[in-house]
Write a protein that binds this ligand. Structure first.
Ligand code: IPM
Ligand code: MN
Length: 365
C-alpha cells in the first residue's frame, strides 16, 4: 500500500468548485488500487487575506513541506491586488524550488481546435517552462518614482545552473517520450529564444542549450525566436515535440498553447521539483474567474488533468492513466461538457461523468 499526503488549496473564485471535482475523481481512481490519498484542505487565498492580512500563514511552506504534493485550484480576487494574491503562487514555486513548469499541450479527441489543422495533424507537445528565475526574479526597482524622469528596471536573472537544469529536463523528457513510443514523432527539443534582441540572457541560454544538446545525440535540436515560435504554434502545431522556454516566454506561449488545445478549461500544469526534495504543485493553468464563482459552470477538466499529472508524478502511474483515459472517453463522447466546449453541463456533471467513466473503463479491462 502506497499512501500519499496531498495538501489541497482550493484558493479563490471557481477554485473550490473545480478542486472539489478533482479530489472526487482522484479518490475514485485509487479506490480499488494499492494507492491511497489523504487530502488535507487549506483555506488559504484571498478570503484568508481579508481576515488575516496575508494570503497564507507565515509558516505555510513549513506546513506544506510535510506533504507529498500540493493540489491547487486558482488564485486571484478583485478585492486583493494581483501582485499580492499571485505572490502566493510564486512564493510556493520558488520556495519549493519547483523549477520545472510542465505544461502539456495536447488536442484531445472530441475537442475542436480554433485553428484549422492540416488533415491528420496531431497536436501533442509539452512546454517545459523555467519556473524559478528569469524574468520573474523580482530584481529591479523604480527610480525617481512619480517624476517625469522616472525609470523602472526589471532585471531578468539567468544563472547558468538554473538554465542548464531546465534544458536538461527538457532533453530527458524528449528521450522519455520517444521511449514511451510517442506517436511517430522523432524526439526534438525546440529552444524558445530571443537572442537576436536579448543579448545577455538569451545568449547565455542558447549557449547552455548547445552544451546540453551535445549530450543527447538522438534528440533533434531546434531553435525558434519566441515571436516566430508563436506563429508556428498556430500555423503548424503538429511540428512540435518538447519546447523549452524561460519563465516569461513559457508563460506566454502556454496561454497560446491552451487556446490551440481547446481553451483554458482543459489546460493543466505541474510545478515540479524533480528531485522531490520539496513537494511539487499541480494546478489548472486558468485563473480564478471570480464572476463565475458559485455558479458551477466552470470546466473541471483542467484541474482533473492536473490531478492525473500529480498521480503520475507521485508514482501512481496506472491510477493517473485511469484518470486520463476517463477524461478522454468523456470528451470523445461529447455528451457531457461545460459551456466553454459548447455544452451546458455543470462542473459537477462533468466530474460525475468522469468518475463513471473510471468505473466503466475498469469493468472493460
Ligand atoms: C500562470 C500564471 C501566473 C504566471 C501568474 C498568475 C503569476 O499566469 O501560472 O501561468 O505568470 O506564472
Ligand atoms: Mn500564465
Amino acid at each position: 500500500q502506497k499512501a500519499y499526503k496531498i495538501a489541497t488549496i482550493p484558493g479563490d473564485g471557481v477554485g473550490y468548485e473545480v478542486i472539489e471535482q478533482g479530489v472526487a475523481v482522484l479518490e475514485e481512481a485509487v479506490k480499488n488500487s494499492n494507492v491511497s490519498l489523504e487530502f488535507t484542505f487549506f483555506p488559504w487565498g484571498s478570503d484568508y487575506y481579508i481576515d488575516n492580512g496575508m494570503m497564507m500563514p507565515k509558516d505555510a511552506l513549513e506546513i506544506l513541506k510535510g506533504f507529498d504534493a500540493i493540489y491547487l485550484g486558482a488564485i486571484g480576487d478583485p478585492r486583493v491586488p494581483d501582485h499580492v494574491s499571485l505572490g502566493m503562487l510564486l512564493e510556493i514555486r520558488k520556495g519549493f524550488d519547483q523549477y520545472i513548469n510542465l505544461r502539456p499541450i495536447e488536442l484531445l479527441e472530441g475537442i475542436d481546435s480554433p485553428i484549422k489543422l492540416a488533415p491528420g495533424a496531431v497536436i501533442d507537445m509539452v512546454v517545459v517552462r523555467e519556473n524559478t528565475e528569469g524574468e520573474y526574479s523580482s530584481v529591479g526597482g523604480r527610480f525617481k518614482k512619480g517624476t517625469p524622469d522616472e525609470v523602472a528596471l526589471q532585471t531578468g536573472v539567468f544563472s547558468r545552473k538554473g538554465t542548464e537544469r531546465v534544458i536538461r529536463y527538457a532533453f530527458d523528457l524528449a528521450r522519455k517520450r520517444a521511449a514511451a513510443g510517442n506517436g511517430e514523432k522523432a524526439p526534438m527539443v525546440t529552444n524558445c529564444t530571443k537572442s537576436n534582441a536579448l543579448n545577455y540572457s538569451m545568449v547565455l541560454w542558447d549557449e547552455v542549450y548547445d552544451c546540453v544538446a551535445a549530450e543527447y545525440k538522438e534528440v533533434a535540436r531546434d531553435k525558434a525566436l519566441v515571436d516566430a515560435l508563436c506563429m508556428w504554434m498556430v500555423r503548424k502545431p503538429q511540428y512540435f515535440d518538447v519546447i523549452v522556454a524561460s519563465n516569461l516566454f513559457g508563460d506566454i506561449i502556454t496561454d497560446l498553447g491552451a487556446a490551440i488545445q481547446g481553451g483554458m478549461g482543459v489546460a493543466a500544469g505541474g510545478n515540479i521539483n524533480p528531485e522531490k526534495v520539496y513537494p511539487s504543485m499541480f494546478e489548472p493553468i486558468h485563473g480564478s474567474a471570480p464572476k463565475y464563482k458559485g455558479k458551477y459552470v466552470s470546466n473541471p477538466v483542467a484541474t482533473i488533468l492536473a490531478g492525473a499529472m500529480m498521480l503520475d508524478f507521485l508514482g501512481a502511474v496506472d491510477e493517473g492513466k485511469a484518470v486520463l483515459d476517463a477524461v478522454k472517453s468523456v470528451l470523445k463522447e461529447k455528451k457531457v461538457r461545460t459551456y466553454d466546449l459548447g455544452g451546458n453541463s455543470s462542473t459537477k456533471d462533468v466530474g460525475r461523468a468522469i468518475i463513471e467513466a473510471i468505473g466503466n473503463n475498469q469493468i472493460d479491462a
